[in-house]
Design a protein around this ligand. Structure first.
Ligand SMILES: C[S@@+](CC[C@H](N)C(=O)[O-])C[C@H]1O[C@@H](n2cnc3c(N)ncnc32)[C@H](O)[C@@H]1O
Length: 260
């Protein structure tokens, strides 16, 4: 049995038990005072891109910034959507990203924060994103990366991986490799226009915040012994006032216009 057998059931259970956990970390992981969400939003045009579909929206951290453009959030988790509603979001829909209940060419832009690495099957998800986009509409996605790193980042990551007994991986890692991505997008009807990475930092101020960081990671099959070891390592980061690295990648692609 490989690591990804039962992946969708793992994801469902993970988000039912921990709604809002991605937002709890990414909303506090900053670079020069700005979060990865801010970075993603910088690529959304404030004119024309409407409505904006937020694919795998989770607790809908992007909703307040996109409300004016007409916000549509789609997620598979009832608990994440309930959290989003409790925080005042509307325009939410429970659905599978690979089978969107939306008309073709009905969205001006599609954003996806921390979803493309985990949504399967990824080729179907990208085809759906392209289908609902208007011609020349943009897909803007944020996803985890391995770098850039700085200072003591490699030490904190190495200690965490040693405690967990494995690197952090996702089911779509291989498909999303830089040399494969243009072809994958092209096959879905999208053309890559930008692929950048930046380092953000999450500085846990307490043991609880350190544990939130750990619990936000997808680690199927983690034993309680390894979980305890990782917790101890992250508590050391609190004592050292360290900022844990959160390297992010931003991808922008445009829906190809139909041939004349
Ligand atoms: C890492 S979270 C990202 C949440 C949010 N976009 C953010 O950045 O805070 C991934 C989200 O994908 C959702 N998800 C997982 N599988 C899905 C699927 N097949 N279709 C739609 N959403 C899915 C989860 O419920 C979860 O809310």
């Amino acid at each position: 049995m490989d690591l990804w057998t039962g992946w969708q059931a793992y994801l469902t259970d993970f988000h039912e038990r921990r709604p809002g956990i991605t937002e709890a970390v990414l909303g506090r992981a900053t670079r020069e005072g700005r979060t990865g969400y801010d970075w993603l939003l910088e690529a959304v045009s404030t004119t024309g891109d409407r409505p904006v579909l937020d694919l795998a929206c989770g607790s809908a951290p992007l909703e307040p910034a996109l409300r004016e453009l007409g916000y549509l959030g789609v997620d598979a988790s009832a608990a994440e959507l309930a959290r989003a509603r409790a925080h005042g979001a509307s325009g939410l829909l429970r659905a599978d990203a690979a089978r969107l209940p939306l008309r073709s060419a009905s969205c001006g832009a599609v954003v996806c924060s921390m979803g493309l690495q985990i949504l399967t099957p990824l080729p179907d998800v990208l085809r759906e994103a392209a289908r609902v986009l208007v011609p020349t509409g943009k897909l803007i996605a944020l996803l985890p990366d391995h770098g850039p790193l700085r200072g003591a980042d490699a030490l904190w990551l190495a200690g965490l991986m040693a405690a967990l007994g494995r690197p952090l991986t996702y089911p779509n890692d291989s498909l999303l490799r830089r040399r494969r991505l243009p072809q994958l997008l092209h096959a879905a009807g999208l053309e890559l226009t930008e692929d950048q990475c930046r380092r953000f930092g999450y500085r846990p101020r307490s043991a609880v915040e350190a544990e939130v960081f750990l619990d936000s990671l997808y680690i199927p099959g983690l034993t309680s012994r390894r979980h305890r070891a990782a917790k101890r390592w992250l508590h050391a980061a609190v004592r050292a006032h360290a900022a844990l690295p959160v390297p992010l990648r931003r991808i922008t692609a445009v829906r190809a216009a139909p041939a004349d």
